[in-house]
Design a protein around this ligand. Structure first.
Ligand code: PRT
Length: 107
């Protein structure tokens, strides 16, 4: 069976409130949204570095770290993954450049 981000969302939700001393998710969630969002930023930078100068295995690993930390941030903000997917689906109605052209012009 294919593993999905929805599966990861459920794992994160369960582990964040587990109180399990061996859980990284519980430890991270306990630090709050500011620390967790900062960690997400660090993982984003590591993913950028992997994309530019490391091999595919490194990029896969950093991408997994990035998506996992994003799921913890969404959990802490109580934003369902479904909301993000719905936004992505809404965006399929037009190209990225069409959407950009509709934005109000800077004055
Ligand atoms: N996908 C992940 C996942 N990806 C990355 N990580 C952890 O993210 C941490 C990031 O490592 P770093 O070296 O960047 O940071 P660190 O120095 O350990 O942490 P800081 O002190 O900087 O906060 C590591 O401890 C990784 O194990 C993850 N931890 C958990 N999961 C998933 O969550 C499930 C539950 O995990 P626990 O909550 O730990 O039981 C796991 O079975 C996985 O499915």
């Amino acid at each position: 069976m294919t593993f999905t981000l929805s599966d990861l969302e459920a794992i994160v939700a369960r582990r964040a409130v587990s109180g399990d001393k061996s859980s990284y998710t519980a430890k991270l969630a306990g630090k709050g949204i500011a620390k967790t969002a900062k960690k997400l930023g660090e993982e984003a930078v590591e993913t950028v570095i992997a994309a530019i100068s490391e091999d595919d295995a490194a990029l896969v690993g950093e991408s997994a770290d990035l998506l996992y930390h994003l799921m913890v941030v969404l959990h802490l903000r109580q934003v369902p993954l479904a909301d993000v997917l719905a936004e992505l689906q809404r965006r399929t109605a037009e190209t990225g450049l069409e959407e950009k052209a509709r934005r109000p012009q800077d004055v």
